[in-house]
Design a protein around this ligand. Structure first.
Ligand SMILES: Cc1ncc(COP(=O)(O)O)c(C=O)c1O
Length: 416
């Protein structure tokens, strides 16, 4: 299967823009000098509780990433509930698989439906398992779990982790309301809805389980300030790459020609979970407070883009996005044999694209460690996805630019 990258020739629409970070990073870096971590952490927990409709902010624990939150949670479940293995969809990020390994547990993969969920039969097959955990990522945006599937999940006796890194915000109806052994994990990473400079949180939905997680409360002095210079440098670098002379000066180019090569070069490192830093917490707080207003401004423009996509590539191209209430990322579905040509067309006009996710069961570094089952549907979906440069932080101007480039593809193909 072809996984060649098609780098953009100019940087009109980049996948993960970062210029918006100048001001907040500079502001947070300055206010960092003042300290008072306790107050910032408690404000951030309160804000998450309000947005996510969590009854009590003491059910929220903050880490330096969603991965850290998952590792800490899995390690605790392993110690308290004798958990031995974790079910992760084969179509999901390597951070999830690596977190399972870092927690010292066995990785099991499962296949997904075209809706990116486990099949009903698969969930039924887990009914009597006790010593496992099921992870359910909600990819590309927020939407409720369909009622029949939720009903089956409610019958599981194993703990369930709703990985909400990409589906923020997530009110209770999205994850079910039963008081089972449910956990949610959110991320403040760069490609996530909140798109900040990292950080993450674990939400324990059953308050009586909180005793298990007492050690996740940082002590006075545990919270580091956090280094602001690399974030500012990366924002400046990305900004410079917008100009041809800037790209020449900083050498904006891809290190790998395709996704397979990128994954083969990656190595696995066992990680220890870390607390959120004060800088991450300040940025997350700031971003959370402006998030809702920002999203509303964006929605209108995304609707127009979706219209153009439907006219250009047909309604099935939107199969992966239409069911979401809100997009975090915008994956279109295109036949595998046309994907590269579309990527090249967009790249030539400055729109950067990529693929998600190389199926875990195909990766040698996991196959060497675990017996992973074949997941044909995940492979098919992976072959059809093209991720467009739309993101929670895309400005209306950026969205309209992309819309124009795609509209021209339509005109270009109907002309010829
Ligand atoms: C679905 C999903 N879960 C978890 C993570 C890990 O998040 P973080 O980068 O905050 O560790 C990612 C990261 O890309 C993700 O896409």
């Amino acid at each position: 299967m072809n996984t060649d990258f098609t780098p953009p020739q100019t940087s009109k629409c980049l996948l993960y823009p970062s210029e918006y970070r100048y001001v907040p990073v500079s502001y947070c870096a300055l206010s960092n000098l003042k300290g008072d971590s306790k107050q910032v952490i408690s404000q951030l927990r309160d804000e998450i509780a309000a947005v996510f409709d969590i009854g009590d902010s003491s059910q929220i624990y903050l880490f330096d990433s969603a991965s850290s939150a998952i590792i800490a949670l899995l390690a605790t479940l392993k110690a308290f509930s004798k958990i031995k293995k974790v079910y992760v969809p084969s179509f999901s990020c390597t951070e999830l698989a690596d977190s399972v390994i870092s927690a010292g547990l066995a990785l099991c993969v499962y296949d997904i439906t075209d809706d990116f969920r486990p099949s009903h039969d698969f969930v039924r097959s887990l009914f009597n398992e006790e010593e496992a955990v099921l992870i359910l990522p909600a990819l590309f945006g927020s939407r409720p779990v369909e009622a029949e599937l939720m009903n089956l999940i409610d019958q599981l006796i194993m703990p369930v982790i709703f990985d909400e890194a990409q589906s923020f915000p997530m009110p209770p109806q999205y994850r079910g309301t039963a008081l089972n052994s449910y956990f949610s994990v959110i991320s403040f990473g760069k490609s996530k809805p909140l798109s900040s400079i990292g950080g993450g949180a674990l939400i324990v939905h059953r308050p009586d389980s909180n005793v298990m997680f007492k050690e996740f409360e940082p002590e006075e002095g545990d919270i580091r300030q956090g280094d602001w210079l690399p974030h500012l440098a990366s924002a400046v670098r990305r900004q410079l790459s917008r100009y041809a002379w800037g790209r020449k000066a900083i050498g904006f180019q891809y290190r790998y020609t395709n996704l397979e090569a990128l994954h083969s070069a990656q190595q696995f490192h066992v990680r220890e979970p870390q607390w959120i830093t004060l800088l991450q917490a300040r940025m997350a707080l700031m971003r959370l407070r402006t998030f809702q207003a920002y999203k509303q401004r964006q929605d209108m423009h995304v609707a127009r883009l979706l219209n153009t996509l439907e006219r250009t590539f047909g309604k099935p191209s939107l199969q992966f996005v239409l069911k979401r209430d809100r997009q975090c990322l915008l994956p279109i579905r295109v036949p595998n044999h046309k994907r590269k040509a579309i990527g090249i067309y967009l790249g030539q006009r400055g729109a950067q694209t990529t693929f998600y996710y190389y199926p875990l069961h195909k990766m040698e570094r996991y196959r060497q460690l675990f017996q992973l089952q074949e997941c044909g549907n995940s492979e098919r979906i992976f072959g059809e996805i093209l991720l467009l440069p739309i993101h929670a932080d895309s400005s209306p101007r950026h969205i309209n630019k992309l819309e124009r480039i795609i509209r021209q593809f339509y005109e270009h193909t109907t002309d010829t």
